[in-house]
Design a protein around this ligand. Sequence first.
Ligand SMILES: [Zn+2]
Length: 101
Amino acid sequence: MPLIKKRQLENWAQLSGDERERFIENLPDTKETIEDLFDYLDRRLETVACTHDLKFTMQFLMERRLDMPKFMSWLNENGAYCDCEILGNVEPQWFRAFAED
Ligand SMILES: [Zn+2]
């Protein structure tokens, strides 16, 4: 196998290995709901700057009566402690994790 090809395969395996599995296994809700959350935050943060708390996330979770503690621990585990960090840290992992779907 050519070396370059092999290296590409290794990189791909790194992206979609244990990290990916852990990320997907611990999802606090359905894929659709979480994508709705990203959309919701995208729309809110377009007009209002992030105040570095989870204000809009809380609003979203309350409006839909979702499992807040479950969401919070998932978000914290993935490096998001405020609304803009969800878009900055979690959303990119999300697209990486689900790129093959
Ligand atoms: Zn923020």
